[in-house]
Each structure stands twice: as structure tokens, then as C-alpha cells.
Design a protein around this ligand. Structure first.
Ligand SMILES: NC(=O)c1ccc[n+]([C@@H]2O[C@H](COP(=O)([O-])OP(=O)(O)OC[C@H]3O[C@@H](n4cnc5c(N)ncnc54)[C@H](OP(=O)(O)O)[C@@H]3O)[C@@H](O)[C@H]2O)c1
Length: 395
């Protein structure tokens, strides 16, 4: 039995992970679960999965949870709190694999701790990789940690790569990566209506059920932009060889184009349990709980190029990867601030790409030579974004 730590167990990916693990009880033992504020869901997960450790945000939440768990027979969970505890549980000796499913920059340090400790990392938290870039990849190769992508697109690419492929290496026979995108809820919405869309509309994705932040990222296509950066690092491929393809049905999850003209695609229903089960079982396979794909019901597969006027965030992401250094971290920080403000009702949907462009214009990228450089760039970008947002609210 392999020990599993689920960082962000109370979120959409965390819940799907525990669902898959429950289908193969002889494969994984849950060592640690973590949440931010959702203590009620974490309590339920403790009762069901009996982890050795859990982490919550604050000491007050920890003592409340400890009290609730003490009254349940046979529960011997160590309840910890704070950011340092996230990194601690990710590196525990009894942990074999870490599902990195915290949303946003908060996932960076615990995911890096897992990499340093040589764990097998199942990476959903794309922001961690976008921020730390080559530093993270270097840590993987130094420690010998394995990385399996959870993003459905990157998991698809991984599955289309040659046998024995390892994340971070370059498959020379692969000449292009075709990264598919659904286009989100506003693909065909008249451009002059985008100013008035609400957070509820932005979170209503046509094919996937996800957390709020990634849902908004899908609506702006910043999610695809972050995925281009993620793919360039994971598959050691320049961004100009990564082409975004709008594929409305979300049945093909991405493709690899080989030098002999072969194009390999990975297909399946849009259900995150498929890439999660793939990564948990790799190199074997086990049941995910997903419905088999009904190709007759799908009927057609369509493809179209993305419109960068409608989706300026995608353009900003290509710009960030071209500039390099800390610019992807700056892009990510500006986006997190903008999305948070949009979800809170403070700014319009169309302000999101404006804020990102402004922050990038105001920032100078530095070489990513240490994690402190990354965190400083992140903090400075957040300050610039905050100033812009405050001015936008006043006007
Ligand atoms: N959902 C998908 O289908 C999907 C697909 C591909 C990739 N991803 C990526 O997977 C990651 C997770 O996405 P999601 O949709 O599962 O997000 P989500 O539903 O919002 O869940 C986020 C998880 O992170 C925890 N968290 C949030 N802020 C935190 C903080 N400051 N410190 C510690 N923990 C924190 C949350 O705890 P609480 O519940 O207590 O707030 C929750 O457990 C993202 O990076 C996303 O881009 C998601």
C-alpha cells in the first residue's frame, strides 16, 4: 500500500481523488489531508478515510476540529495548522505520492517540499509550476521525484508521449503539441456583452464542473495560457510549438504531432477522475468510476483556432513565457488578484485582462534563481494589481 497526501482535499480535485482512492482500497493509504477553511468537509473526510494527519488554516480551527474528532471512536488524527504544516505533511516519510490540488500560489511551497523530498507528485496545481518554472523542474531532477500531470490536457499529452517518457524530458520525435480547449462559457457571446457577465455566468462551464478560480480562468482562457506555460516546462517544448485548438466537445483532451505525420490523441469523457486514476495507477491502470465514452452520442469532433481579441489573456500568457524569468509568476499573481476581485463583485470580467496587461507592463522580469526571487515577484505584482483595482473601483 502506498501512502498518499492530498493537498487541497476539500476542493473539486481533492474530492475526485478521494472518490477514486475509495475504489481501490488495497492500493493507497491516506496519510494526510489538507483544507483551508472548509473544516466541516475535512471532518467528514477524516471519518471516511482515517488519515494520520490533517492541516487547516488557523490554530483555532485546528483545536475545534481536534475536539470534534476526539469524540469519535478510534480517531487518532494529528491536527495541524498553517502554511508550514502543509509542507511538513507533504514531505512525511510515510508519504509515497502527493496530490498537489491546492488552488493558486498557496500551493507552491508544499508542492516544492514534496519535490525536494523526492515524492511522486500528481500535479493539479498548475500555478505552482508556472510560478517557479525551471527551478521546480531542477528540483525534480535533483531529488529524482516523479511528476505525473493531472490537468486533463497534460495528462493526455503524457499518455501520447513515447513509452517510458518522464516529465521534463524532451521527446525529439514530437514536433508539435496540440493543446485542446473548450473555449469556456463565452466562446460565442457577443463581445459587447462581456462587460456585463456575472461571476455565476463565468463559473457555468459548458463541460466541466470545477472550482471557482479555474472556472473563471477557463472563461477568460487564462487557464489555457497557464497550461501553455505548464506544457512548455513539463514537456520541455518551446511555447511556439504548443498550439491551442478550440475543441468544443472536450472529448479529445490534447494531441501530440510526430515527425512522421502521426497525430496521437487521448480521448475520454470530461471527468477529472480519468486523469486522476491514470496518475494514481501509473504505470498500471485501475477503475476511475467515469462513464465509458459513447462515440455515437458524441457524433462529431470540431476544431477551430482561438480568437485572441476575445481572449487577450491567452496572448498575455504567450508574452509571459517569451519574456521568461519571473514574468510567468507576475502574470499568475496579477491574474489571481483580478479573478478574486471579479468573484467578489469589485471589477468587471473585461477588467481581468486589462489588470494583467498593466501589471506586466509595470514589471521587470528577473532570472528565477531562488524561491525568494519568485515570492518577491509575486508580492510586488500583487501590490501593483491592488493599486490598479482600487483605482478601478473608485472610477
Ligand atoms: N477542478 C478541476 O477540474 C481542475 C482541472 C485541472 C486542474 N485543476 C487545478 O487544480 C487546482 C485545484 O483546483 P480545484 O478546482 O480543485 O479548486 P477548489 O475546488 O477551489 O479547491 C481548492 C483547494 O485548495 C484549498 N485551498 C485554497 N486556498 C488555500 C490556501 N491559501 N492554503 C491552503 N489550502 C488552500 C481549498 O480549501 P477549502 O476547501 O478549505 O477552501 C481546497 O481544498 C488548481 O490549481 C486548478 O487549476 C483543477
Amino acid at each position: 500500500m502506498r501512502g498518499l497526501c492530498v493537498l487541497g482535499s476539500t476542493g473539486s480535485i481533492g474530492i475526485s481523488t478521494l472518490d477514486v482512492v475509495a475504489r481501490c482500497p488495497d492500493q493507497y493509504k491516506i496519510v494526510a489531508l489538507t483544507a483551508n477553511n472548509n473544516v466541516d468537509r475535512l471532518y467528514e473526510q477524516c471519518i471516511r478515510h482515517r488519515p494520520g494527519y490533517v492541516v487547516v488554516k488557523s490554530p483555532v480551527q485546528a483545536s475545534q476540529l481536534r475536539e470534534r474528532l476526539n469524540s469519535v471512536n478510534g480517531q487518532t488524527v494529528e491536527v495541524l495548522s498553517g502554511a508550514a504544516a502543509l509542507a511538513e505533511v507533504a514531505a512525511l516519510p510515510e508519504v509515497h505520492s502527493v496530490m498537489a490540488a491546492i488552488v493558486g500560489a498557496a500551493g507552491l511551497l508544499p508542492t516544492l517540499a514534496a519535490a525536494k523530498a523526492g515524492k511522486r507528485i500528481l500535479l493539479a496545481n498548475k500555478e505552482a509550476l508556472v510560478m517557479s518554472g525551471l527551478l521546480f523542474m531542477a528540483e525534480l531532477s535533483r531529488s529524482g521525484a516523479e511528476l505525473l500531470p493531472i490537468d486533463s490536457e497534460h495528462n493526455a499529452i503524457f499518455q501520447c508521449m513515447p513509452a517510458n517518457y518522464r516529465a521534463g524530458s524532451r521527446a525529439k520525435e514530437a514536433r508539435r503539441i496540440l493543446l485542446t480547449a473548450s473555449g469556456g462559457p463565452f466562446l460565442y457571446k457577443p463581445l459587447d456583452e462581456l462587460d456585463r457577465v456575472t461571476p455565476e455566468q463565468a463559473c457555468a462551464h459548458p463541460n466541466w464542473v470545477m472550482g471557482k478560480k479555474i472556472s473563471v480562468d477557463s472563461a477568460t482562457m487564462m487557464n489555457k495560457g497557464l497550461e501553455v506555460i505548464e506544457a512548455s516546462l513539463l514537456f520541455n517544448t518551446p511555447a511556439e510549438k504548443i498550439e491551442v485548438v478550440i475543441h468544443r466537445q472536450s472529448v479529445i483532451h490534447s494531441m501530440v504531432d510526430y515527425i512522421d505525420g502521426t497525430v496521437l490523441a487521448q480521448m475520454g469523457n470530461p471527468d477529472m477522475r480519468i486523469p486522476i486514476a491514470h496518475a494514481l495507477a501509473w504505470p498500471a491502470r485501475f477503475e476511475s468510476g467515469a462513464e465509458p465514452l459513447d462515440v455515437f452520442a458524441v457524433g462529431q469532433l470540431n476544431f477551430e483556432p482561438p480568437d485572441l481579441t476575445r481572449f487577450p489573456c491567452l496572448h498575455h500568457a504567450y508574452r509571459a513565457v517569451k519574456v521568461g524569468g519571473t514574468m510567468p509568476a507576475i502574470l499568475n499573481a496579477a491574474n489571481e488578484m483580478a479573478v478574486d476581485s471579479f468573484l467578489g463583485g469589485a471589477i468587471r470580467f473585461t477588467d481581468i485582462p486589462r489588470i494583467i496587461e498593466f501589471v506586466m507592463d509595470q514589471s521587470v522580469a528577473q532570472p528565477v534563481d531562488s524561491i525568494d526571487t519568485v515570492l518577491t515577484a509575486d508580492q510586488q505584482a500583487r501590490q501593483v494589481a491592488k493599486g490598479y483595482i482600487q483605482r478601478a473601483i473608485k472610477t
